[in-house]
Design a protein around this ligand. Sequence first.
Ligand code: NDP
Length: 240
Amino acid sequence: MARIALVTGGQRGIGAAISEHLQKNGRTVVASYAGNDEAARAFTERTGIPTYKFDVSDWDQCAAALKKIEAEVGPVEILVNNAGITRDNTMKRMDRKAWDDVIDTNLGSCFNLCKLVWDGMSSRKFGRIVNIGSINGQAGQYGQVNYAAAKSGIHGFTKALALEGARASITVNAIAPGYVDTEMVRAVPPDVLEKIIARIPRGRLGTADDIARGVAFLTADEADFITGSTLSINGGQHMY
Ligand code: NDP
């Protein structure tokens, strides 16, 4: 039986590439999203991958969605916590809501979904969890105290949970992408983006496929001995 993978934010951007790579590798994939119905519809039409709409920062919505997914598709054996947002501003201008939204969506979501799949993975003695961090959680970034804190938190969360899962063959790893050509990065002003690319030794932005290949590697059944690690995929921009 094909293993079931849930990819949050899995219908566009990096998440869509992750969903499609896992599907190509023979997984039964389910993608979640927040509100972009049009992207979800187009994605399902193109790939046949079902999408579920719920807010990953909201515990009750996550619990209800997991129940539905497990009833309609089956138990989640591979979880990719990919959904994320930015609400950039300097400390002087950042309000409390921008802080809470980014922490809750990018980091709180990892708690919500890992907690909801944990008992099942533990009792079945198999699980693959990949949390999508960021180069900016490793190195910091001007105007991103909220995002850098959330992503840095993901890296600590990953290592701690890996210790708890190890005896049950649940691996927990993180990927720290560098700058990837998606809508999130296209929102960066062109002059700033040019300077960012100039600092990438590989000389280009990453692609969503660059990240998806890392997820496919870490979620393979054979990747049993890799846990608690952070895989940096950043064109050599930050060697951590
Ligand atoms: P996009 O903005 O292209 O897509 C974000 C995805 O997350 C969408 O599917 C969106 O759903 C979903 N999402 C956002 N908020 C929520 C929520 N509250 N509940 C459920 N789903 C939600 O992002 P990217 O593809 O660029 O980024 C994917 C991940 O990679 C993120 O965690 C990001 O931080 C990380 N990353 C990205 C980098 C980059 O250069 N792009 C670099 C480093 C890390 P919907 O479409 O419905 O809004």
